[in-house]
Design a binder for this molecule. Structure first.
Ligand SMILES: NC(=O)c1ccc[n+]([C@@H]2O[C@H](COP(=O)([O-])OP(=O)(O)OC[C@H]3O[C@@H](n4cnc5c(N)ncnc54)[C@H](OP(=O)(O)O)[C@@H]3O)[C@@H](O)[C@H]2O)c1
Length: 167
């Protein structure tokens, strides 16, 4: 089972300068709750956006870099793959597990015909950004649930958590 998880603004923006365009701790907590215990597939720039390895999750990282592979060779929390074929092979071998694709844009583009579940946090507003979510064929998905996030002093932007499943 393959799932996407991401957060986007009203214009489908997802990133800026290697990080997120917003600060929304509620969404980070949601991301943790959903992904904990599951492998996460990501591009190297998304990997670099985290200050440390995220506990309790296998990081499957797509990169051309051999140096990066060497750096993490002895780390059993990181699997390095160098091209799409290798990544698809890894996925076939881990077919039974719930696996999250967590970005960025090229990874979300790569698996758009394969993904079964979409976890998207929609954040109200337009943020400065340099990375945009690729267009998905949303008519092929049905809304499974929708939950409004709480706004407060630390979570200033209105946001809603949506889950869609492939029809
Ligand atoms: N809002 C959200 O939910 C969300 C989610 C994820 C990311 N983001 C944001 O999006 C931005 C990062 O996303 P991004 O799209 O720029 O980058 P990305 O997809 O995370 O990483 C791109 C890198 O992945 C590697 N890669 C991609 N395709 C490859 C292929 N076919 N073969 C080998 N390597 C491949 C390359 O690494 P090498 O150059 O090392 O070869 C490439 O430079 C950041 O700002 C991040 O914070 C936001």
């Amino acid at each position: 089972m393959l799932a996407y998880i991401w957060a986007e603004d009203s214009e489908h923006h997802i990133g800026i300068n290697g990080g997120l365009p917003w600060h929304l701790p509620n969404d980070l907590a949601y991301f943790k709750r959903q992904t904990l215990g599951h492998p996460m597939i990501m591009g190297k720039r998304t990997f670099d956006s985290f200050p440390t390895l995220l506990p309790g999750r296998l990081h499957v990282v797509l990169t051309h870099s051999i140096e990066f592979e060497k750096e993490y060779a002895d780390n059993d929390q990181v699997v390095v793959v160098h091209d799409e074929d290798d990544l698809r092979k890894w996925l076939e071998e881990h077919d039974s597990e719930m696996t999250f694709v967590i970005g960025g844009a090229s990874l979300f583009e790569m698996f758009k015909d394969d993904v079964d579940l979409l976890y998207v946090t929609k954040i109200k507003g337009k943020f400065e950004a340099d990375t945009t979510m690729p267009k998905l064929e949303m008519d092929r998905f049905a809304l499974k649930c929708e939950e409004k996030g709480m706004t407060d002093e630390r979570n200033k932007y209105q946001h809603t958590f949506f889950v869609y499943e492939r029809k």
